[in-house]
Ligand binder design. Sequence first.
Ligand SMILES: C[S@@+](CC[C@H](N)C(=O)[O-])C[C@H]1O[C@@H](n2cnc3c(N)ncnc32)[C@H](O)[C@@H]1O
Length: 231
Amino acid sequence: MSAATATHELVDRAMRDAAARYGADSRSVQGYVRGKLAWDPVYRQLAARAPFPEPVFDLGCGNGLLLVLLATVQPGLRAIGVDWDDARVRQATSATRTLDSIRIERGDVRDLEIPLSGTIFLVDVLHYLEPGDQDRVLQRAAAALSAEGRLYVRDVDRTTGLRSLINRSQEVIGRALGLHKGTGLHFRATGELVGVLSQLGLETSIVPSWGKLPLSNRLIEAWKKGHAAAD
Ligand SMILES: C[S@@+](CC[C@H](N)C(=O)[O-])C[C@H]1O[C@@H](n2cnc3c(N)ncnc32)[C@H](O)[C@@H]1O
C-alpha cells in the first residue's frame, strides 16, 4: 500500500485541521483533543496508513478524533463510529457533522452486531472490558472482516515492567477521576491478545505506540491469514 499511502504533508494537515472541528466544544474537550494530537502517537501512526479498506468501523470511537483525522487523509471515508458514552457520542456527532459519509451511533461494543467491514479499529477500548468480553469482541470483529480487511487494536501491554506500571497507573487515575465508565480495568499482555487473534485465523504485526511518553501501548495490525500484510 506504500505508493498510495497518505503523505506526511497530508497527515500534518489532518493533524492541524482536526482540532478545529471541536471548536464548538468546551475548553476541556478542546484541551483534551489538543493534548491527544500532540502527545499520543496513535493518531499519526494510523493516519499515515491510510487509505483503509471501507467501510470502516471504529468501536469505542470516543469523541471521534480518529475518524475526523481519517476523513482528511481519505476524503469521503465511509465509516461508523460507536461509543456508549452519551457525552462522547455528542462530541463525535458534532465534530463529524459536515462529514456526510461518517455516522456516529450510541452502542455497547459488547453486544453490538458488527457488519462486514474493511477496517475495524479498537483503540484504547479493550481494557475497559472483562477478558471474556474482550475475546468475544475480537471474535466478532475477526468474523466481520472482509477478505482484504484490517483490524487495528491499540492497547496497554501489561508485560513491560515500569512502562506498563506507569500506563496502568495513569488509567487507574483516569478511572478514579470518572473519565471512563465501565466495570473495571482489565489489562492483558500483547502476546495474549495476539494469541487470541491467531486462534481467530488472523496474522499480526505489532509496533510500539507510546511516542515520547513512558507508556507501554502497542498497536496491533491484524489481517486474515493468507492475505498480504500492508506495508
Ligand atoms: C480511551 S477512550 C478511546 C477513544 C477513541 N478510541 C480514541 O482512541 O480516540 C475509550 C472509549 O471507549 C469507550 N468504551 C468503553 N467501553 C465501551 C463499551 N462497552 N461500549 C462502547 N464504548 C465503550 C469509552 O466510552 C471511551 O470513549
